[in-house]
Design a protein around this ligand. Structure first.
Ligand SMILES: *Cc1c(COP(=O)(O)O)cnc(C)c1O
Length: 467
């Protein structure tokens, strides 16, 4: 085989760079990126030549510099397009941690853009004309909605738990039930966070049953906190017992210590009236008299990533002054998005309409059925090689919330005569924009619960162009 001949014919990086079409690329993209792309493409062809096993393979190669242009151009565009980008969530999992958890309401997005592109009063008290605190903007709002005395926001709920434990219980003991030593994923484990905070964990009770007496018998002179952790991503069923918040608060008061509740999701509206299983609300914990309550901003609350801490004013002010508060501090964009989201909660009927996470969870069967039918009709119009049907199925809330809740939903079921479900799933996943779907019994399911109206055209295009 004439490999040497082929290698000799291969253009040099400079030759390719001189081509007018490549010069056009250099005008719109950083030169270094174009040079790197040219080098990569030439390298790939060289590797193809070196590893070719017969002459026919080599014969198919086109080595004219002009033929490299589309390859270079595609690579440049690929490496210059955002890595973090919009994805169509057709999984039906509303709070999909891998897909960015909650999507934001329009008011939050607008508020974020506003403070992002202009200066703001982030830490400036406009009334007094002096330095202010970034906590001041939404503390009142959080307290109005939850009934708490004080509050602050940090980077996320894991940070909220770490800060609360560090500021309140460092060097002291914290009592927690063995049934609540949870792992949330991404290596957030209660015993590990406890160690990190410098507090000593005292486990009490058993995996399935812990009584108030278990806490009581283990209180020592070193005990600072009774910790309750919401088992947000699993359920213990059968023979179970746990101490109620009221019992824990009464015990803590008597012994002059505090109760902390890591709620995880932090639902602010009882979704029971929409047929969703009761999930402990933030207001329930406040009413029970819990001293420190922590929850996420981007789970059931439906806002941006954040960790909200509310409760006893003295304890919250200790946290605000702790060095970790600075390390975990929330940025202005989060505050803007969270404030706009929280404002909807002043009117719960409005909140369930405007906050996408909530409206997706409580979406009615008839709305989902209509949505599935209209997506199916659109897909049938645009693409011929698929069998497209509409069926009932089940979606999950996700995001470590309501782990056993089965939300009845409607899905568009797609099968192809050409591709297996796994192949189709992959093609949709690498489409632009990527479409993430469910596979069930070798069929592709598009769960319309999490599909946005503006996604319809892209999905139709994907099916039309996948061959
Ligand atoms: C989700 C969760 C956390 C972590 O919250 P992030 O906002 O993801 O940091 C902590 N505790 C519980 C109980 C949770 O459910």
């Amino acid at each position: 085989m004439e490999k040497k001949g082929y290698l000799r014919q291969l253009s040099s990086v400079d030759e390719v760079l001189q081509l007018p079409a490549v010069q056009v690329l250099v005008e719109s993209y950083p030169r270094s990126v174009v040079v790197e792309a040219v080098r990569t493409i030439i390298d790939e062809i060289r590797q193809t030549i070196l590893s070719a096993s017969d002459a026919a393979e080599l014969g198919e190669l086109s080595l004219e510099p002009e033929h490299l242009v589309p390859l270079v151009s595609e690579l440049v565009e690929r490496s210059m397009s955002p890595q973090l980008r919009r994805v169509i969530n057709a999984t039906g999992v509303v709070i999909h941690t891998n897909l960015g958890r909650s999507i934001l309401n329009a008011a939050a997005v607008e508020a974020i853009a506003e403070v992002a592109k202009s200066y703001s009063n982030l830490e400036f008290d406009l009334k007094k004309g002096e330095r202010g605190s970034r906590h001041m903007h939404i503390e009142d709002l959080i307290c109005t909605i939850t009934g708490a005395e004080a509050g602050m926001v940090v980077n996320n709920n894991a940070g909220a738990v770490l800060l609360a434990l560090s500021a309140v219980a460092e060097g002291k003991e914290v009592i927690a039930s063995r049934g609540e030593l949870v792992e949330i994923g991404g290596s957030f484990r209660i015993p590990d966070v406890m160690r990190q905070s410098g507090a000593a964990l005292r486990e009490v009770g058993t995996t399935n049953k812990t009584y108030i007496a278990d806490y009581e018998e283990n209180i020592t002179a070193d005990t600072m906190l009774l910790l309750k952790v919401h088992t947000s991503n699993f359920k213990v069923l059968g023979f179970t017992a746990e101490a109620s918040l009221e019992e824990m608060v009464a015990l803590a008061k008597e012994r002059e210590i505090f109760v902390m509740h890591d709620l995880g999701s932090g639902v602010l509206i009882d979704l029971g009236k929409f047929g969703i299983t009761y999930e402990p609300t933030v207001q329930d914990s406040v009413r029970a008299g819990v001293d420190i309550i922590t929850f996420s901003g981007d789970k059931l609350l439906g806002g941006p990533q954040g960790g909200i801490i509310i409760g006893n004013r003295d304890l919250i002010s200790r946290m605000k002054k702790h060095p970790l508060a600075r390390a975990l501090r929330v940025d202005k964009m989060t505050l803007a998005g969270l404030e706009a989201t929280l404002r909807f909660y002043l009117d719960p009927d409005r909140a369930v309409k405007e906050i996408p996470t909530l409206s997706m969870i409580i979406a009615s069967q008839s709305d989902l059925e209509d949505k599935a039918k209209s997506l199916a009709a659109k897909l049938k119009e645009e693409s011929g090689n698929y069998s497209i049907e509409v069926e009932k199925d089940i979606s999950m809330v996700g995001g470590g919330a309501l782990p056993v809740e089965k939300l009845p939903t409607w899905v568009v079921v797609v099968t192809s005569t050409e591709f297996s479900a796994a192949e189709l799933e992959r093609k949709l996943r690498i489409f632009s924009p990527p479409i993430v779907v469910r596979i069930k019994e070798d069929k592709i399911l598009l769960d319309v619960r999490t599909i946005l109206p503006e996604d319809f055209d892209d999905i139709a295009q994907a099916f039309a162009s996948i061959r």
